[in-house]
Write a protein that binds this ligand. Sequence first.
Ligand code: PXL
Length: 262
Amino acid sequence: MEIVLSIAGSDPSAGAGIQQDLKTITALGGYGATVITALTTQNTMGVQSVMPVPHSVVRSQLHAILSDLDVKAIKIGQIPNVEVAQAIVAELSALEHIPPIVLDPVMISTSGHRLMSEESIAYICQNIFPLCTIITPNIPETQTLQNQSGMPMSSDVGMALAKLYNVAFLLKGGHAQGSQMTDILYMPNGNTATYTSERIVSHNLHGTGCTLSSAIATFLAQDATLVEAISKAKDVISSAIIRGKDLDIGKGNGPVWVDFLR
Ligand code: PXL
């Protein structure tokens, strides 16, 4: 069984973060290991607070896992501050072979709470992006990355980011309007791939980004190509939204539901 490591924050309502990553990896037949970077206080109504885990503890957790388990792919989610980012860089760059890494650059929760400090963003772009296989920003995160890198506004921001950081970007179109949603993969060699799906109307959409990124990591661990892994992960997220549509978990933005989807 392939081991997938999630490096992410804890969501006690279990719809996003490390809890949702573990459910997704398990549902897709992987073995999930977890390194927790932050403890959020949140429920379906929103995030109330974030307590970063001390960077030395993030580092020792990473060392414990990476020196023992044969990790085939990594998903990275919430990185609360520069010190935690530095701990991740130190441990990952010490590896003889860096497995495929999927980075979901979570910046601000749907409820508007900051999940990553402002100064972390520049550090992550410069130091973690180069270690990654793919970065999966949504539209607001793409705009932040564009501003951060000082790029002029252009319609081809995805390709510009891919070339600037020499890593693939999947720009997620879910925050756009319309009955169809389009995600576009930009690869630094100039290739693109487009993934279109029907918008499913639901009030339970918490954790979609976490589900998608950990599904991509799991399929990469299982030897799918990047284009295939994204395509399969898109099917997973569509099914998870449909399965979560009628769930009644909490009073607010409820979770998607990743069942055994293999
Ligand atoms: O979906 C983004 C996200 C990621 N990780 C954690 C979160 C959230 C959103 O609330 O809490 C821990």
